[in-house]
Design a binder for this molecule. Structure first.
Ligand SMILES: *Cc1c(COP(=O)(O)O)cnc(C)c1O
Length: 370
């Protein structure tokens, strides 16, 4: 097989027709309302609540600031139990709130926080649990909820991979106290950069909205040392346009996931994550696990793809606990994180995005199989 003429990245953002975006731009130009809760901002918050099946949602300029503000909203302090198998921003958000992360290992089936290991990590300083729905596969939310109630802890989900994910027709974003989304260009729904916090009552939404706008409650009242994390009107307009194509794009992603599964189902040494019954998946990622029974290592396969101009990604390697900022923490010891340590060395995310050609998917599988 020849190397691809154009590079194939692990993901590509969906770009709606430019003419359609021009309509929104004209509106913004005419109104001269560029940010601070403009009409597209208001409309997008409403449409996302309806689309996702959640009560309250606040838009943000990016997912990381949404995570930071979510922790501040609930005044989380001390220690927070979290996973090392995620994008580094999950733990950075704790650091920016002067909170000590306590890493707990993941389970081997879907790589989410191992709920059977949470209780042993709770100390008198623990105030919350921050799990991640990795690759959009829902955490064991009921068990986490029970632990949180028993120990009086808050739960904030990093749901950046779980846009549109439902379990038995209920949005996973309705679990816990707060959930955070990212609308970065690499995510299934994007606003170039962007994010959101989902909460369950009006009072909390009000506090979140104060915090993302410097803490202003009105022209003369500042209730908290808030930050500037507002989404602007151009981003919100892009989101509204993007929303129209989401269902269609999800089907395209599902077709690609199904094709990978079909083509790789008999490949020795390659294992995959399958859909969970009752769960509507987002297909933001297509991870495979390159085990020791495969003929070459994960890193060799990753390098081989590059020779064909195909760029897979090792999400999540290194583990967050391995970065120098966090590696000295006692919970970062690899002996405390055996499953995460092992999975991080074997996982590889293959390209998946709506405009990815099915022939390219077959070629990627052929490289793996040949
Ligand atoms: C993308 C992502 C973030 C960060 O979101 P940004 O919008 O890029 O700031 C945080 N956590 C996880 C798990 C992510 O995938």
């Amino acid at each position: 097989m020849l190397a691809k003429k154009d590079p194939i990245y692990v993901t590509q953002p969906f770009m709606p027709p430019l003419e359609e975006f021009n309509e929104y731009l004209k509106d913004i130009w005419d109104s001269r309302w560029l940010t601070n809760n403009g009409k597209f901002h208001i409309q997008l918050e409403q449409e996302l609540c309806d689309y996702l099946g959640v009560k309250h949602l606040s838009l943000f300029s990016n997912g990381t600031l949404a995570l930071i503000v979510a922790l501040n909203t609930l005044r989380i302090t001390g220690e927070v139990i979290t996973t090392p198998f995620s994008f580094v921003a999950t733990t950075h958000a704790l650091h920016w709130n002067s909170i000590k992360p306590v890493f707990v290992d993941i389970e081997p089936d879907y790589f989410n926080l191992d709920v059977s290991k949470i209780e042993a990590a709770i100390t008198p300083k623990t105030t919350a649990i921050m799990p991640v729905h990795v690759y959009g596969n829902p955490c064991y939310t009921e068990k986490i909820d029970t632990i949180a109630k028993t120990y009086g802890l808050r739960v904030i989900y990093d749901a950046c991979h779980a846009f549109g994910v439902t379990q038995n027709e209920n949005s996973v974003l309705n679990s816990g106290d707060l959930s955070v989304l990212s609308f970065h260009a690499t995510k299934v729904f994007n606003t170039f950069e962007g994010g959101a916090i989902i909460c369950h009552d009006e009072g909390t939404k009000k506090r979140i909205d104060f915090l993302k706008n410097f803490g202003f409650a009105d022209e003369v009242t500042v209730v908290s040392p808030g930050i500037n994390a507002k989404m602007n009107e151009i981003q919100a307009a892009f989101g509204l346009l993007q929303l129209k194509y989401l269902d269609e794009n999800r089907i395209k992603r599902k077709i690609i996931a199904d094709l990978y599964r079909e083509q790789l189902k008999n490949t020795p040494g390659i294992s995959m994550l399958y859909d969970i019954p009752g769960v509507k998946h987002s297909y933001n990622y297509f991870p495979i696990v390159v085990t020791k029974d495969y003929k070459i290592s994960r890193d060799k396969l990753y390098e081989t793809f590059k020779e064909y101009n195909i760029f897979s990604r090792r999400y999540f390697y290194p583990l967050i606990s391995e970065f120098s900022t966090y590696s000295a923490l006692s919970s970062s010891n690899p002996d405390n994180l055996p499953v995460a340590t092992s999975i991080a060395k074997q996982v590889l995310c293959l390209p998946i995005y709506p405009s990815l050609d099915l022939q390219d998917v077959k070629d990627i599988c052929e490289i793996i199989n040949s």
